[in-house]
Design a protein around this ligand. Structure first.
Ligand SMILES: NC(=O)c1ccc[n+]([C@@H]2O[C@H](COP(=O)([O-])OP(=O)(O)OC[C@H]3O[C@@H](n4cnc5c(N)ncnc54)[C@H](O)[C@@H]3O)[C@@H](O)[C@H]2O)c1
Length: 439
């Protein structure tokens, strides 16, 4: 549903439950981080909802509130965490295994983390070939599994006294699949659930269960999940916000920062070669070519949409864009990415740029999970439903309504996000028009 200017935004009263299918490195780094911030042990760096401001009115007005105060987002103190995983480890054990955060910090949060235990998962080996775990549901059909998930959610909500829920998929990347007949309408999808269609992935069963219960759903992985006609139809019927897909963290974040700059100055591009070494469980899953294919597709789309080769054939008509991920266990979560960028300047003279990003995957992803959870809850309270394009800022491959191309330029994405908040609050949009000197 379209956003109304000056929408009637319901207050963020009571507890917000954040449900995560998949409680591995990203989910536990997010959970432990929020607990640490709550206790004043660390700062929520990288989170727009916690540290970002928004300018209102003209520059002369000096009115720049914190985003979280301006749109009254849920407070970190009101968050409750839940989720599912195919491994039964509690959040302390899973965070320790992931090896992202130091034990000195985790030990201070041990009791709270140990109390967060994953519910039994819906899993199918064919969709994540490299993992096998014991904490998995059995069911008579995929519809039965969806109903079991809905029962988990109801119980979680009642037990934790939650007022509202949101879900963010933090599970492994499933193998690449294109939508098939079963995804074309909701009726066919529900029929497919009853017949346990092979084409329905576990991530889609979670998405179905959540959307059916009116829970805003975000997809942090590159596989389809809610990005199908059937589930978009369900979201429309239930008036639920949807967002995805694939958190924009390391190398793709750099691409969507750098590429708009080259484009702005009309520097040409011959090629962009990106390679990574990564040693966490995500890297292990992506070592399977079929799971990597899902990732490759979301990573490759970015440059074409930013450079618009159809409008600038001389500059961007032929770009060699290559992306590689190599599983290399010694690095754990501390991914290293290399980019070689071949650009072209005045009169066609070539130049090169090298980027070497020594990043930490889950440290970059955790604040995105937090922001998405809080903004999706906001969207729901503001009566926004369907695909939330204003949250494209967070995605490698933003979901868009049929027929529209996604916006990948990080700076346009941020402007869109902030203007959406201003619009929802009934304030003037900031256009940077400059018709008067103080605009
Ligand atoms: N960290 C990043 O920078 C980043 C960026 C973009 C996307 N992602 C995506 O986020 C997801 C999580 O990444 P991670 O580093 O935490 O991986 P991870 O392997 O540490 O965690 C994923 C967890 O999901 C669980 N899982 C798999 N299938 C499941 C199912 N059907 N139900 C419940 N649990 C299931 C696994 O057991 C594992 O514990 C991956 O899909 C990854 O590609 C991560």
């Amino acid at each position: 549903m379209a956003l109304k200017k000056g929408a009637d935004i319901k207050p963020a009263a009571g507890k917000l439950g954040i449900l995560m299918p998949g409680m591995g490195a990203v989910a536990t780094t997010f959970i432990a981080g929020v607990l640490a911030v709550r206790r004043g042990l660390a700062k929520p760096i990288g989170s727009l909802t916690q540290m970002g401001t928004i300018r209102l009115g003209k520059r002369t007005e000096n009115n720049t509130p914190m985003i979280k105060d301006y749109v009254s987002l849920a407070s970190l103190d009101d968050i409750v965490f839940g989720g599912w995983d195919i491994f039964p480890d509690d959040a302390y054990a899973a965070a320790t295994r992931a090896g992202v955060l130091e034990s000195k910090l985790l030990d201070q949060l041990k009791d709270e983390l140990q109390a967060i235990k994953p519910m039994t998962a819906v899993f199918e080996q064919a969709y994540v070939k490299k993992l096998t775990g014991p904490n998995v549901k059995k069911g008579t059909s995929k519809m039965d599994l969806a109903e079991q998930l809905m029962e988990d959610i109801r119980q979680f909500k009642a037990k934790n006294g939650c007022d509202r829920l949101v879900a963010v998929w933090c599970g492994s990347t499933e193998v690449y699949r294109k939508p098939s007949e079963v995804h074309s309408t909701l009726a066919k999808f529900e029929e497919g659930l009853r017949n346990s269609s092979d084409d329905i992935a576990p991530s889609q069963i979670y998405a179905y269960a959540c959307i059916k219960l009116g829970i805003p759903y975000s997809n942090g992985a590159p596989n389809l999940a809610s990005d199908t006609a059937a589930l978009i139809e369900l979201a429309r019927d239930k008036q639920v916000p949807l967002a995805g897909k694939d958190f924009k963290t390391g190398q793709t974040l750099m691409k969507t920062i750098l590429a708009p700059g080259f484009k702005a100055r009309l520097l040409g591009l011959q090629g962009w070669y990106s390679t990574n070494i990564l040693g966490n469980r995500d890297g292990e899953v992506l070592d399977d070519p079929e799971s990597f294919k899902s990732k490759e597709v979301t990573k490759l789309g970015v440059l074409d949409h930013i450079f618009q080769p159809h409008l600038y054939p001389d500059l961007y008509g032929h770009i060699d864009h290559v992306v590689r991920i190599n599983y290399y266990p010694p690095r754990g979560d501390n991914k290293e990415g290399w980019d070689n960028i071949d650009i072209v300047g005045w009169l066609g003279y070539p130049m090169q740029i090298k980027v070497n990003f020594l990043c930490r995957d889950s440290i970059l992803a955790a604040p995105i999970v937090l922001d998405l959870a809080l903004f999706m809850d906001f969207a729901s309270r503001a009566g926004m439903s369907g695909i939330q394009e204003w949250l494209s800022f967070y995605w490698k491959s933003p979901m868009t309504p049929e027929g529209l191309y996604p916006e990948h330029d990080l700076f346009i994405q941020l402007m869109k996000l902030k203007n959406t908040l201003r619009y929802a609050k009934g304030d003037d949009l900031i256009t940077h028009l400059g018709a008067e000197y103080y605009d």
